[in-house]
Ligand binder design. Structure first.
Ligand code: AHR
Length: 537
């Protein structure tokens, strides 16, 4: 009997091989493997941060709309607050962005009727200053997020920056802290993370500086800010994008002056849907290259300066941005600008950008989805009306819920796709994370038009069963709008099959998947080293 059972197994195995062979012939065949001895790093909570700038309807009619039927006593939209909570954000960066470089933070504090109404030269709008630092701090508390502040190093001075730190964080009795208390901030706000300016390499930035001039100004600001509060974590401006003419030389020069003064170099990059799909699908490959280049520049400077410190990266503006930047604002108050409407296709590429961040989470310790509400955002609102989730809301919320704990390096064996702009890239983008309770989560963005058979080798984790498959697929140009707000959302997928020691699933064309596995409790081991010498865990 034993023998015949054995023979039966052999036949079954053959059946499996035949069916795999048939599937291979039908479409794409992809293999993914990982190993519990291949951790990348712990995933920083700050990877799930966002950004709210005084731009268009991000603040006004976005998070703040006194008079809205769902506004609370502070004028904050509670419907928006609920959607924001669903993203489980760590920090929100504020107040800009390009807006920052012309902003005097003193205009945004004190009695509202006394606050000046000013032109915002960055976005050609009129700024009422009805929302400022104290409102932002209050909003953060209600949203359950930490503030991440930025100081103006365009039109602002190093002393202005230090005084803002004093206003926000100082515990003693000064005129500024008394003012904060009068304005509702009884306790210091204790803001930990601060950006030293915004995109100061960009020609159009108010107060634009050359790399050395910026570095000198940022160095002085960092010095004074730390005189006030030595516990701050500081982020210096990197290049505003990989298309900037001074990229990556700007970053080297800035770091050579600021290496000992800051903890993070800032990265900004947006991606857009081209006429050629493959150029768009290769976005995460560009993001990979960008992160790796910046990590390389940081390490070059570290070696040059003989420093022991490892510089970390703050990818504090990233997103898909399809809508052209228009000059339609014409000094309006909270005009509709940069209100991108995202498709399912955008959401799938967006997920692959999160994969890129996770696969580099040993260096990227902070990342801000730019932005949060209305302006290239996962949440859009109607004045006096509804607030809805865009397609990109869902992948962000899924990663923020499940891509926690430790990220693992995926090995991917996949057919290549070809992009005119970016060359060859794999037909799938992958990230893998294991949560503290042992749940192993695999995130896949599939870019092949045809059916893909995906085989997963997760043996070393003791992955016993797949208990959840969440999928976003279908007509790629669908979007959510106020008439049909739930047109695109994640669905329950078929649970993946276990074939011998491996799991297999079928992806129907371009699609996004989250696969969740139970694992056997892993045994404690020693320190895991990456390559030869760098301890990872
Ligand atoms: O997020 C929109 C804008 O993009 C920001 O103001 C600026 O920093 C970047 O160029």
């Amino acid at each position: 009997t034993d023998r015949s059972r054995g023979l039966g197994d052999v036949y079954k195995r053959q059946d499996i091989d035949i069916s795999i062979k048939k599937e291979k012939e039908k479409g794409m065949y992809i293999q993914i493997l990982t190993d519990k001895n291949m951790p990348i790093s712990e995933i920083s909570d700050a990877l799930y941060s966002s950004f709210a700038e005084h731009l268009g309807r991000s603040i006004y009619e976005g998070i703040y709309e006194p008079g809205h039927p769902l506004a609370d006593e502070d004028g904050f939209r509670t419907d928006v607050l609920e959607l924001v909570k669903g993203l489980k954000l760590s920090m929100v960066r504020y107040p800009g962005g390009n807006f920052l470089s012309g902003y005097n933070w003193r205009d945004g504090i004190g009695p509202k009727e006394k606050r000046p109404i000013k032109l915002d030269l960055a976005w050609k709008t009129t700024e009422t200053n009805r929302f400022g630092t104290d409102e932002f701090m209050k909003w953060c508390k209600k949203a359950g997020v930490e503030p991440m502040m930025a100081v103006n190093l365009g039109s602002g001075s190093a002393m202005d920056a230090a005084e803002l730190v004093e206003y926000c964080n100082h515990d003693g009795e000064t005129s500024l802290t008394a003012e904060r208390k009068r304005n509702g901030g009884a306790q210091p706000y204790r803001v930990k993370m601060w950006c030293l300016g915004n995109e100061m390499d960009a020609d159009g930035q108010i107060g634009h500086l050359g790399a050395q001039a910026y570095a000198d100004k940022a160095k002085e600001a960092a010095k004074l800010m730390r005189y006030v509060d030595e516990s701050l974590e500081l982020v210096c401006c990197g290049s505003c994008s990989t298309d900037a003419p001074t990229y990556p030389e700007w970053d080297r020069i800035v770091l050579e002056t600021l290496y000992d003064r800051v903890e993070y170099l800032s990265l900004h990059q947006y991606f857009w849907a081209d006429n050629n799909d493959n150029d768009f699908y290769a976005s995460s490959v560009c993001m990979d290259r960008y992160i790796e280049t910046m990590a390389g520049v940081c390490d070059y400077v570290r070696t040059k300066l003989r420093s022991k410190k490892q510089m970390m990266l703050s990818f504090d503006e990233w997103n898909i941005w399809n809508i052209p930047q228009s000059g339609e604002a014409k000094w309006g108050i909270a005009p509709h600008i940069l209100e991108d409407s995202y498709t399912l296709k955008d959401a799938i590429v967006f997920a692959s950008l999160l994969n890129s961040l996770l696969c580099h989470c040993d260096r990227v310790k902070c990342a801000c989805l730019a932005q949060l509400v209305n302006v290239i955002a996962p949440i859009i609102t109607q004045k006096g009306g509804a607030a809805i989730r865009q397609t990109t809301y869902y992948p962000f919320a899924l990663y923020s819920a499940y891509a926690r704990g430790i990220a693992y390096r995926p090995i991917v064996i996949a057919p290549k796709l070809s992009s005119e702009k970016h060359g060859e890239f794999p037909a799938i983008s992958v990230a893998i994370a294991q949560q503290a309770d042992g749940t192993l989560n695999v995130f896949l963005s599939c870019f092949a038009d045809e059916t893909s058979e995906v085989e997963l080798e997760l043996r070393s984790f003791g992955a016993t069963s797949c208990f959840e498959h969440i999928v976003m697929q279908g007509e790629l140009m669908r979007r959510n709008c106020f008439e049909t707000p739930d047109c695109v959302k994640p669905e329950e997928g078929e649970l993946v099959r276990k074939r011998g020691e491996k799991f297999t699933m079928t992806a129907e064309g371009v699609s996004f998947h989250v696969l969740r596995f139970h694992t056997e409790k892993s045994k404690e081991g020693g320190t895991i080293y990456d390559g030869h010498s760098k301890p990872v865990l």
